[in-house]
Every structure is written in C-alpha cells, then in structure tokens.
Design a binder for this molecule. Structure first.
Ligand code: ADP
Length: 341
C-alpha cells in the first residue's frame, strides 16, 4: 500500500477538507478500485472528509429505479467492506443533502453555456450521435456543487476528471469575485491525483470501463471471476517462448496486486520462457482472490445487515447536511437570497 498521500495547501488557505463522489451506476470494478477507491480509503481517516454516493449524477444515464437503488446500496457495502470506517469519516447519499441542488442552481446563473459545451462527457455523447439530456450537460456544475457545498479543498480524482475540477475551480473563483470579493466564501479546490495511478486495462486491453463491458468486478468470485480472468486478451506467443511482460495486459493487472518481489519474480518468468499466459492468469486469479479475501468476508456479513448500512448512511447524511448548511448560509446571504424560515 502506498504511504499516506501529501496534500497540497490550497490557494485560499481554507482548512483541508477531502471530498469525493462515487457514482452508483454499475458494479464497481478493478479500475474504480485502483483509480479511485483505494485512494479514498487511504485518505478517509487522515482528514476531515466527505464521501457521497452520487445518485443524482447516476440518474443522468441510469433511469431504472430498482437498479439505481441496488447499485446505491452496493456502493455503500463495497466501501464498508473495503475498509471505510464510518467513525472516522462520512459516507452518505447525495440525495440526502438537498443543499447540493440548491448550490447547483446558484452556479447555473454564473456559468456561461459555452463552458459547458466544451465538457468532455457532453461532447463525447454528442459526437456519438446520442442526445444528451440537460442533466448530462450540467453534470460538471452538480459536481462543482458537490465539492464546494462541503468547502472541499482536495478532490481525489482520476486524471480523466481533471477538467471537471477545473470547472469547479472556475466557479468557486467566479462566485467569490462576484459575491464575496472581500471575504472569499468558497475555497479553490485542488485535484488530488496520485502519480502512480495507472489506467487499469480491461479484459480486452482497452481502459477498464463499464461502458466497454470489459470489467472485472472487485467482488467477483468463483466461476465468474475465473471466466473473466481467463478471457483477458493476450498475444499468441507459445508457452515455451520468452515473453515481454511490459506489453501484456495480464501482467499489467498482476503489477497492481503483487508485491515488488513477486512482480519481479513473475516478470523474470515471462522473460525466461516456459511460463505461459495460462500460468500468468492463474497467478492473477490467486492474487485477486487473496487481496480481497477479507473484504469479501466482511461484505458477506454486511449484506445480512442492511439496517446497519442504512444507519451509516443516515448518520453520514446528518454530518453532510450540517457542513453544507455552514457553507450555504453565507452563500445565500452573499448572493442576496432572502430565506424566511
Ligand atoms: P466507468 O468508466 O466504469 O464508468 P467511472 O467513470 O464511474 O468508471 O469512474 C469512477 C472512478 O474510477 C473515476 O475516478 C475514474 O478515474 C476511476 N476509473 C475508472 N476506470 C478506471 C480505469 N480503467 N483505470 C483507472 N481508474 C479508473
């Protein structure tokens, strides 16, 4: 496991608050684990932090209520099973903090449409000839509100999401300039990207992503896990020939799990020959099974106690709303929004 990450101080010297959203739009996979969840678990007990399951975001693409409910609870189960300690941090539902959509509205009024038209996800969708709904168009604004409503200063994200943090930084600066220039209310958050986070390849060698159907679930096991691992695409170098570990998808996955010594041992076996892709896949299978063995046990226990999971989310939501209100009160006042309750 990497050492505790160092956090950059923010430009405005607000206290360090780590925030991150997790989309419940499918089963979480190894790309999500190594690209995001592992960092969340590392950070969650080191700093004041808020981790929320972004079900409003998921609704832009997942409009199947039963599936949305299932994936939402699954994300909570996954995080708790993987070591998220709710006594050290807050895990809750985006829909339990209505201030997020309130802040989004305020942000709509200070965002040029042209900035949203440059959004990567929006542009991708349009390029594919699909109709994007207004939710997808405004997705980066909701994401900015998600971060800023808790006064978030550090946002652990994958390199692919840097653009959205840029929009968030712009919005915070614009809000402060327009409404709170003397005493800035919103911090300018920093993306927090671990240097050693690689793009995790899927079974077909492309980036692992639920949209490509090439994922290996964190909690896949037994026959399903074996089938997926065995289906990882390799070249057709015969078993006895030497192989290059650095161009092999199986080895790229092995590298994520293995200790340095084990990785070097397997790399040497690749180069020596007599070690086939079948062997490599079996080694990967054992590494995945061992790495998540404890988490798998914990998840099985948690699945039988969903009341506990709901209690965790409820308690996290209370903290989330309290923090959001601390930010929203001065935000409303600064913008001239009168409330009479
Ligand atoms: P998906 O591509 O399956 O829809 P998301 O876009 O919901 O995944 O990603 C959630 C988080 O997981 C993001 O922080 C993203 O950077 C990270 N992530 C997703 N896939 C990968 C991958 N293959 N390699 C590294 N990180 C990934």
């Amino acid at each position: 496991m990497p050492a505790t990450p160092e956090l950059k101080p923010t430009e405005t010297n607000f206290p360090a608050i780590v925030v991150s959203g997790i989309q419940p739009s499918g089963t979480l996979h190894l790309g999500n684990y190594f690209g995001a969840i592992r960092q969340h678990i590392l950070l969650h007990d080191q700093f004041q932090s808020y981790f929320f399951i972004v079900n409003y975001h998921a609704l832009t693409t997942l409009q199947d209520p039963e599936a949305l409910k299932k994936y939402t609870i699954d994300v909570a189960l996954d995080y708790l099973a993987l070591g998220f300690d709710p006594s050290k941090s807050n895990l809750f539902l985006q829909s339990d903090v209505p201030q997020v959509t309130e802040l989004s509205w305020i942000f709509y009024t200070i965002t040029p449409v042209s900035q949203l038209e440059k959004g990567v996800s929006f542009k991708d969708k349009v390029a594919q000839g699909l109709t994007a709904n207004a939710g997808l168009f405004n997705y980066p604004i909701l994401q900015a509100a998600d971060i800023l409503v808790y006064g978030g200063t550090q946002v652990p994200v994958g390199a692919d999401q840097k653009q959205n943090v840029e929009i968030c930084r712009d919005l915070a600066a614009r809000f402060n300039d327009r409404f709170a220039s003397e005493n800035p209310i919103l911090p300018i958050p920093e993306p927090y990207i671990l240097d050693d986070v690689a793009v995790v390849p899927g079974t077909d060698g492309r980036k692992m992503s639920k949209s490509y159907g090439n994922t290996i679930g964190i909690f896949d096991e037994g026959k399903e896990l074996k089938k997926k691992v065995m289906s990882i695409v390799t070249d057709s170098t015969p078993l006895e020939d030497p192989k290059d570990p650095d161009t092999c998808n199986v080895f790229a996955l092995i590298s994520l799990f293995a200790s340095d010594d084990r990785r070097e041992e397997i790399a040497a076996a690749y180069r020596a020959g007599g070690y086939g892709y079948g062997h490599a896949k079996n080694d990967l299978l054992s590494l995945i099974t061992e790495t998540f063995a404890e988490a798998r046990e914990r998840r099985r226990t948690l699945e039988t106690d969903t009341d506990y999971v709901i209690d965790v989310l409820r308690a996290g939501g209370v903290q989330g709303r309290e923090q959001a209100e601390r930010i929203m009160e001065p935000v409303r006042t600064a913008a001239g929004l009168i409330t009479t309750y």
